[in-house]
Each structure stands twice: as structure tokens, then as C-alpha cells.
Design a protein around this ligand. Structure first.
Ligand code: ADE
Length: 425
């Protein structure tokens, strides 16, 4: 481990050159975020502001961090999952003078130690994926909140929890729900999660998906993405749901809908994408076919009940990276991928740069918005806020341009027509 207090703690600084090449690759596929870097690196609007970040340390996140730094912010970073940090990326960031505490394979105690180190600089802003940083401020260091003008949250699970906290009037500062931007959830959650989760499953198993019964638990945006991509590769998709409208959508997309009790008996591959705990439990493992593969793509590792899996097993061994074979007491084998943590980040590289481009452009612009409000002396109440519609459309517009697509504009007459309630047949 390479450790310099107040600067970094990473696995191995010697990996920096490898990490730098990957970051350059991501930069070449993230034109929206790079345009923001170019726009703000001269004026440095974030100068004087300190941002503590807690988000998966990937090549895409590195492009975000270096864009925040280029715009003048002092940044201190930790990963938001014990298995998602890419050590070469952490090394490249440390080498470039970014304060970072992150390595792959840390335990939970180390995870919180890293978060706490990013708070040592007494940040003015927080940037989260999963809300563990915000919760650490609220639960352990509430005095720090006096210094914090606002935060941003990247993911569905984090936003749900923050909204619950705000409803109870327990949230101490304003937080922008980046996840709820259309240019985030409609792209990153669907296409990003879909592709990267399949990527993780394939890297950990190398199985053929065609003809397999592929069970997706949860048909939100992430579950939908996984289902569509598995279907595209020839799998028979089975969806389990608790929400009637979501289940209905799944059936109209041509998927089979079953309760988990039934799906457990016939599934070859299971992926959880629900955001709730105990989706696959003891009774389900007991019903699974010999050779079933089980993984999760939700933020927390509680969707698959691993203590339950341990309790019905008589042994386990790691048969390849991110793939543990459990031998059940009934003699069957069940394969757990990535220890039940996010399979797309633990077993693969997370979402492709092209979708993270829009998510992280939203992150950057939301942090900038909080700073601009602060400069203007505008105090937002402690609550959860959506990103403005104009920001969504601006990001989508720039993305389209960089992809070489042009779109039409409404004429004056069309605009008038849209609000003309006297018009009819
Ligand atoms: N979440 C999902 N994919 C990601 C990526 N590539 N980088 C950061 N966070 C992510």
C-alpha cells in the first residue's frame, strides 16, 4: 500500500502510467464533460471550494475529478464500494496530485476510514454515490454540515434515502438528485447498467447467454436495461417484481413475469436490481437448479442474502476471479459472483464512458450550480432538489452534436399552436 497522510492511500503508485492511459481513453469518449473542462479551466469558477467525493474510482470518475480540479476545486476522494476501485486509476490520480483514499478489496472499516479522511479538509460540498459520505457527515460529524453549502447524489438508492431523510426533516443541507436527471437515469441506468452488468457476468463466468433462463429481479430502469440486453443475446428473460405497473411493462416487452419462488426453480442466471434487501433468500437457494449463477447489480450487497447462502452450504471455493462456487447441503452447486456486490463494477469496469459522460456532466453542472448560488448569496433550504429541465436539454443537445446528429426546431407557429387551447378538430 502507498500512503502519504493528507495526500493519498492507494494500492500501488507504480500502476499510475497504466491508469493514465485508461483515463485518456475515457477522455476521448466523454466529449460533454471535456467541453465543460475546456470552458471552465480558464475562469476556475470552483476556486476556493473544497469538494469531498465518494464515488466508484473508475476511469470515468477520474475524468470528473480532474474536471472539478481543472475548474479550481480542491478535491478529496474515496470509493463508494469496497470492490469497485480500479487501483491503476487511483494511482494515476494520486500521482497527479489529487487527494484520494481508495483501493480495491478494502474491508468495511477501511471503507469508512477512507471516507473520514476526505472529511479532514472540512469540505464545502459533498458528491456521493449511495449517500454513505452524506450519512457519515450527518451521523458522525454533524458540525461539519455548518460548512457545507450543498451536495449531489448520483444513484437511485441514495436519492430514495435522502428523500426519506428530507421528509423526516433530518437532512442538514441541500442535495441535488443527479440521478433523477433524464440524461442520467434514462441512459446510464438503462443502457449503462444493462451493458456493464452483462459484461461483469461474462467476465466472471464466460457462459453462453443464448437459451438460458435469465431472471431479473426488479424492473426499474436498471432491471429493464439488464433484461433488454440479455434478451438481445438470446436469453429467455424472466422478471420478478412487486409493483404491478412495472410487471405489466415487463410482460408487454415480451418477458415472463413470475414470483421469485417460481423463478428460483427454473433460473440459470439471476441478477438482482431492486434496491431492497432479501430478494434472494434461503428458500430460493434451496430450490435452485444445479449450476445456477447468482449476482447483484443494485448499490448495496443486501439483495442476495449471503448468510442464508452460507447456512445452506457445506463448502465454498473461488473457482475464478469474482466467482465463488457454493456446494449446498443438498449436493447442488450455486455460483455467487462478486460477493453479491455490484457485478458491473466489481467484475467489469462499470458503465461505458459514453453514458457516464452525461451523468458526470450533470454532476459537474450541479456542483457548479451550488457554488453559483452560494456566490449569489442564495440559501437553499435543506432538502432534495431536482436538476433544472434546461440542464437536461443542454446536456442532451451537446451530446447529440458530438455524436454528429442534428434535430429540428419548433417554428413560432408551432410554439403558438401548442399553447392554443381554442384549437381543435
Ligand atoms: N457507476 C456505474 N458505472 C460507473 C463508472 N464507469 N464510473 C463511475 N461510476 C459508475
Amino acid at each position: 500500500m502507498d500512503y502519504k497522510p493528507g495526500k493519498y492511500k492507494v494500492r500501488n503508485l507504480k500502476l499510475a502510467a497504466e491508469g493514465r492511459m485508461k483515463i485518456e481513453w475515457a477522455e476521448s469518449r466523454m466529449p460533454v464533460l471535456m467541453a465543460l473542462r475546456k470552458k471552465y479551466e480558464k475562469t476556475k469558477p470552483l476556486k476556493g471550494y473544497k469538494i469531498a467525493g465518494c464515488l466508484h474510482v473508475t476511469k470515468e470518475t477520474a475524468v470528473l475529478i480532474e474536471t472539478l480540479a481543472a475548474a479550481g476545486a480542491k478535491v478529496s476522494w474515496s470509493g463508494c464500494n469496497p470492490l469497485s476501485t480500479q487501483d491503476e486509476i487511483a494511482a494515476a490520480l494520486a500521482k497527479n496530485g489529487i487527494e484520494i483514499y481508495a483501493w480495491h478489496g478494502m474491508n468495511v472499516k477501511e471503507f469508512y476510514w477512507c471516507i473520514e479522511r476526505t472529511l479532514d479538509m472540512k469540505p464545502n460540498l459533498t458528491l456521493d454515490d449511495g449517500a454513505d459520505l452524506i450519512f457519515t457527515v450527518h451521523n458522525k460529524y454533524p458540525k461539519l454540515a455548518e460548512n457545507i453549502i450543498g451536495g449531489t447524489e448520483e444513484t437511485t438508492t441514495g436519492v430514495h434515502r435522502l428523500r426519506a431523510m428530507a421528509a423526516d426533516k433530518k437532512i442538514l443541507y441541500p442535495v441535488i438528485a443527479v440521478n433523477d436527471a433524464e440524461t442520467k437515469w434514462d441512459f446510464d441506468n438503462v443502457y449503462g447498467t444493462g451493458q456493464s452488468s452483462i459484461d461483469g457476468i461474462l467476465r466472471a463466468t464466460s457462459v453462453l447467454l443464448a437459451g438460458k433462463n435469465f431472471v431479473v429481479a426488479g424492473y426499474g430502469h436498471c432491471g429493464k436495461g439488464c433484461a433488454e440486453r440479455a434478451k438481445g443475446l438470446g436469453a429467455n428473460v424472466i422478471v420478478t417484481e412487486v409493483k404491478p405497473t412495472a410487471a405489466l411493462k415487463a410482460t408487454l416487452e415480451g418477458h415472463t413475469v413470475l414470483p421469485m419462488d417460481e423463478a428460483a426453480k427454473i433460473g440459470d442466471i439471476f441478477i438482482t436490481a431492486t434496491g431492497v434487501k432479501d430478494v434472494i433468500i434461503k428458500k430460493h437457494f434451496a430450490k435452485m437448479k444445479d449450476g445456477a449463477i447468482v449476482c447483484n447489480t443494485g448499490h448495496y450487497d443486501c439483495e442476495i442474502n449471503i448468510p442464508d447462502l452460507e447456512s445452506v452450504s457445506k463448502g465454498k471455493r473461488t473457482i475464478r476471479p469474482n466467482n465463488e462456487e457454493y456446494t449446498l447441503k443438498n449436493g447442488r452447486k450455486v455460483y455467487l459472483l462478486a460477493q453479491g456486490r455490484l457485478v458491473n463494477l466489481a467484475a467489469a469496469e462499470g458503465h461505458p464512458s459514453e453514458v457516464m459522460d452525461m451523468s458526470f456532466a450533470n454532476q459537474f453542472m450541479s456542483q457548479l450550480r451550488l457554488v453559483n448560488l452560494d456566490k449569489d448569496g442564495v440559501l437553499l433550504d435543506p432538502d432534495v432538489y431536482d436538476i433544472p429541465e434546461e440542464q437536461d436539454q443542454e446536456i442532451a443537445g451537446v451530446k447529440l452534436q458530438t455524436m454528429g446528429f442534428n434535430i429540428d426546431k419548433l417554428t413560432k407557429e408551432q410554439v403558438k399552436y401548442m399553447s392554443d387551447y381554442s384549437a381543435g378538430t
